[in-house]
Ligand binder design. Structure first.
Ligand code: SF4
Length: 1016
């Protein structure tokens, strides 16, 4: 019979065995090899001396040794976890393929496939055969299907001559009597941490317990409430704060890091939390289970890759986000190896381009984009905007070509990899996906120095999957199988050889089952909320409690029910706490209460608080107030680093103003703080901050002679500060991401409309003829085709929407033209003419000054009386457009340049030849143009003084919240736009004298905008 030794500590039992046979063979049999190794290392450290003859082992290892000869004789090879997952998946798929299974609809879910795999493995290790399971009868449909999957799995193992853990245990048990003398001989056996073993491992354990010499068995002592006196209880909000509390307490109590073992069952949450906390203070840590691979950059990159290789519709937003997060890198141009900084810049620029051009969609669209950007990168570029000057257009075209070349390289890689993954086929093998993922890893995921080990391990796992049978299954199933390989992988943030083992100088994170194995001086139990200890209480999805109970009753196979699992978890926790207290460790219990409605702590924490003197009668609320509170901002606790010191100081009463330190640490922010102060009040003499830059006066077009477009003039009038940044400093404008749901944005659609309307005039369409409509419709369809070649739409629906809109607008255009033709007032039309007016023809200003201007005019209509009308076509809503006073500059410049060639301009204005504006027209009066002319004169006179103030007219021309909002720190919210420079200018204009530049500009612009109905 087993000797259950309630020895006070495991170490003392090991010590006792060691002294009994100092040179003999001894084995420590525990839940894992790591458990035994940690305990033996602790023994050596505890005794300050060497021990010999010990070996850490597990039941699985012993079984393997017992079965070794039998495995060889039967020609069986032991399969790894990737191969076993592939086998259960294949068994599941084969069962689904029969059409009889209840699993069909769930087959593509990673969680479901994982649940099937786990259930099959649990049945196998419990010693339940397919025949026994099927014989149970009367199970839920979804559960009874497991019997067939288990049967297929057993058959596959036999066919492939593979062995899983259950096979090994069975053979080990069957050959126990013959093999145990060779495997264990006379070695002493200590068994620890194996109190809840059942099934085949339980059967082997029973054999081992009956051997001679009799094994020593260690179990933790029972936990007495009185023993909890002195146990510290901590409360935090989130696991990150819990781990910060651990480090702060370690500092306050002068614990060494390798004095601390932290046990938490939520290994992903606490692994990440400890990583983040130790990273802040550059403290090392080791972790039994490491971190979830899919939570790290490489893991996210590969999950994204799996989606990109399996989805029929590549998501442009996800692609751009992956580039920004450095999970993806455009392949470099051949013959060029970019350095790290270049790679980051390339990826960021490409991300913007991907968003703007919505690079994604089906394989067909990816191919179209590849062709389109391929042309753009070589000979074809973007369309030139109306009024865009040569230099700007050239710069934009060059930038576009560089971005397009990057996009082509990315598209080439993605198209090739999607083809490798057989993205278009309805069925694919998980092995095929693994091959494509390996290629993706090689080609597109940037290699970072600290990820080399994880990368190599991932490559090995994917290669293992790639080596399995390539049987095509529905795509979702293959995706789930490949995803399972990623999800099952763990990583360690350190490159040391055995990062899962505790190391000197590092905190060690483990789980409850392994708690205490390192026998450290401080035993921390984290994540002890009531729900976490109790568990969800939910039954396993496939092997429900009823099935488990029936297996127990009918087949004598004990599979733990949900209640039994909860009971075991509590025993495990209490046993770990009791053994830590028994060996004299300092014990700390903590939980993360969460935000808002707090999560309750486990009852053990309340008992520990109640064990303190004077606390026995306190109600739980008062009791919890005795817990030490850990929060992100340190209050009563030790400050870990500079950040803690700052937060602590800011929390206190004394130091609240951190401006000086902030300025010292971040000069840019310091300058901004100074600007804030300067903008707080009107000034006598404007500084460079307020827009006084005398050195730039010579660059003002009236001085330099540079020709300006109507668009530039409009910018100048709307905000001289913006004009200064954009046209004189030539700061690059930030690129706005495109609207993912719309094929062509407003600007691109306007270009399309203008092209059709101009072509109709150039090709001299007779608008009054019966064939006019057909010709216009053909031109519209042709324009759409050309636009689609340049910028392929994401879907046929997006293209159809633009086509429909354009045809409707063209119909309105035709009606307008037919009306004009019928009126007889227009005898000739000219379309899209570019003009320049410089020298004596330039826009004349006061005091002999002049401004060279140029414009592209959409339409000149020659009247029967010899005069002309000048029109600008608009595709926006008529009302909004009329309010845009800046657009009036187009009328001014258009009328002026046309008049300079000798025409008499009768009227000028805007024609909204679109369906939504219902063909409206707005003429601009001569008075209005003259006022505008005078306003331009006045504003330029201020600029010529080297003064470039921000927008100041609060009623008519508030800050436009332009692309330079970041320079001004302007924000747009529910209450409108707030730009600090503009707010200062409004104040300055009100308070300053008439000569103040801000006031002069404000008055000039105010006059221009005083009448909203000016364009009428
Ligand atoms: S954000 Fe406003 S104040 Fe600043 S430059 Fe743009 S329009 Fe002018």
């Amino acid at each position: 019979m087993p000797l259950t030794d309630h020895a006070p500590t495991l170490l003392s039992l090991l010590d006792q065995c060691d002294r009994a046979a100092p040179l003999g063979r001894k084995r420590l049999l525990g839940p894992s090899v790591n458990y035994g190794r940690e305990a033996l290392v602790a023994l050596v450290r505890d005794r300050l001396g060497v021990t010999v003859g010990w070996e850490a082992t597990t039941l699985r290892r012993v079984a393997g040794e017992l079965a070794f000869t039998a495995l060889y004789a039967a020609g069986l090879q032991v399969a790894d976890d990737v191969a076993l997952t592939a086998l259960t998946s294949a068994a599941l798929d084969a069962e689904i393929a029969t059409g009889q299974s209840a699993f069909g609809a769930l087959a593509g879910s990673v969680g479901f496939r994982r649940a099937v795999h786990d259930a099959v493995m649990e049945l196998r290790i419990a010693g339940v055969t397919a025949a026994q399971f099927t014989a149970l009868g009367g199970l839920r449909a979804v559960t009874s299907g497991l019997g067939a999957v288990l049967g297929r799995y057993e058959q596959a193992l036999a066919d492939l001559h593979l062995a899983d853990a259950a096979t090994v245990f069975r053979l080990g048990i069957d050959h126990y009597a013959a093999e145990v003398p060779y495997v264990l001989g006379d070695c002493a056996l200590v068994i620890a941490g194996l109190d809840d073993v059942a099934g085949l491992p339980g059967a082997l354990l029973a054999l081992l317990l009956g051997r001679t010499p009799t094994p020593q068995r260690w179990a933790p002592p029972p936990l007495a409430a009185s023993a909890l006196v002195g146990v510290q209880v901590l409360r935090a909000t989130v696991p990150e704060d819990e781990m910060l509390g651990l480090l702060r307490l370690a500092g306050a109590e002068a614990w060494r890091l390798d004095d601390i073992e932290c046990a938490a069952d939520a290994r992903d949450a606490y692994g990440t939390a400890l990583h983040a906390a130790t990273d802040r203070v550059q403290a090392p840590f080791t972790a039994l289970h490491g971190l979830a691979f899919v939570d790290c950059r490489l893991g996210r990159a590969m999950q994204g890759a799996l989606t990109a290789l399996t989805t029929p519709h590549l998501d442009a937003t996800a692609l751009a986000a992956a580039l920004e997060r450095r999970e993806l890198q455009p392949p470099p141009p051949s013959g060029h190896l970019p350095d790290a900084a270049e790679q980051v810049a390339d990826a960021a620029a490409l991300a913007t381009f991907v968003r703007r051009h919505r690079i994604g969609g089906t394989d067909a669209r990816l191919a179209e984009l590849r062709i389109s950007f391929g042309r753009a990168a070589s000979d074809r570029g973007p369309e030139r905007y109306v009024d865009e000057d040569e230099a700007r257009f050239d710069a934009r075209r060059t930038a576009f070509a560089i971005d397009a070349a990057r996009a082509v390289r990315l598209l080439d890689a993605i198209i090739a990899l999607r083809a490798l993954a057989q993205c278009g086929a309805p069925a694919v093998a998980a092995a095929t996906l693994a091959v494509a993922l390996l290629e993706w890893l090689e080609r597109l995921v940037p290699e970072l120095e600290d990820e080399q080990t994880a990368r190599a391990r991932l490559a090995a796992r994917l290669s293992a999957l790639a080596g399995t049978d390539a049987v095509p299954v529905p795509r979702a199933q293959a995706q789930a199988d490949a995803g399972a390989v990623l999800e099952a992988m763990r990583i360690w943030p350190t490159e040391q050889r055995s990062p899962y083992a505790s190391a000197g100088g590092a905190v060690h994170l483990t789980d409850l089952r392994h708690a205490g194995a390192t026998a450290r001086r401080v035993q921390w139990f984290a994540g002890l909320s009531a729900d976490a200890v109790r568990g969800t209480g939910r039954e396993a999805p496939l092997l429900d409690d009823r099935t488990r109970q029936r297996l127990h009753d009918a087949a004598g196979r004990p599979l733990p029910t949900s209640a039994e699992r909860t009971r075991r978890r509590r025993l495990q926790l209490e046993g770990a706490v009791a053994s830590a207290l028994a060996r004299g460790a300092r014990v700390v219990l903590s939980w993360a209460a969460g935000l808002g409605e707090a999560d309750a702590p486990d009852r053990l924490l309340l008992e520990a608080l109640r064990a303190e003197p004077g606390a026995a009668a306190l109600d739980p609320k008062l009791l919890l107030q005795r817990a030490l509170i850990v929060q992100a901002v340190p209050d009563a606790m030790l400050q870990l680093d500079v950040r803690d010191a700052w937060l602590h100081a800011l929390l206190g009463n004394g130091l609240r103003d951190g401006t000086a330190a902030l300025e010292a640490a971040h000069p840019g922010l310091g300058r901004w703080a100074a600007a804030q102060q300067a903008w707080a009040a009107p000034v006598e003499t404007p500084t460079v901050l307020h827009g006084a830059v005398p050195a730039a006066a010579a660059l003002v077009p009236t001085r330099s002679g540079r020709s300006v477009s109507a668009t530039e003039l409009a910018t100048m009038l709307s905000c001289p500060r913006r004009w200064f940044l954009q046209y004189l400093l030539r700061l690059p404008e930030p690129t706005e991401p495109g609207d993912a749901d719309v094929w062509l944005d407003a600007g691109d659609y306007g270009t399309l409309v203008h092209a059709v309307y101009a072509r109709a005039v150039h090709e001299q369409v007779d608008f009054a003829s019966t064939g006019a409509e057909m010709r216009l419709r053909a031109m519209a369809l042709d324009a759409v085709t050309r636009a689609a070649e340049r910028d392929p739409p994401e879907s046929a629906g997006a293209r159809a929407a633009v086509t429909q809109r354009l045809l409707a607008d063209v119909a309105v255009f035709l009606q307008t033209e037919q009306r004009l033709s019928a009126s007889g007032t227009v005898v000739r039309r000219e379309a899209e003419r570019s003009f320049r007016a410089a020298g004596p023809d330039a826009l004349q200003l006061t005091e002999g000054r002049s401004l060279a201007v140029h414009a592209r005019v959409d339409r000149i209509e020659h009247r029967a009386d010899g005069t002309v009308d000048v029109w600008d076509f608009k595709t926006s809503k008529a009302y909004d457009e009329a309010k845009e006073f800046a657009r009036l500059t187009q009328a001014l410049v258009g009328a002026h340049v046309v008049a300079r060639r000798g025409d008499v301009v009768t009227s000028t204005g805007f024609r909204f030849a679109t369906e939504r504006a219902d063909g409206a027209e707005l003429s601009v009066s001569h008075d209005r143009l003259e006022t505008l002319h005078a306003g331009v004169d006045q504003v330029l006179a201020v600029l010529e003084q080297g003064q470039f103030p921000p927008t100041a007219d609060e009623h008519h021309a508030p800050c436009r919240y332009c692309a330079f909002q970041a320079n001004c720190r302007a924000v747009s919210g529910a209450h409108g736009v707030h730009s600090p420079p503009s707010a200062w200018a409004v104040q300055q204009a009100a308070a300053a004298g008439d000569g103040d530049p801000v006031r002069r500009v404000a008055r000039a612009v105010g006059v221009l905008t005083a009448d909203d109905g000016g364009a009428a």
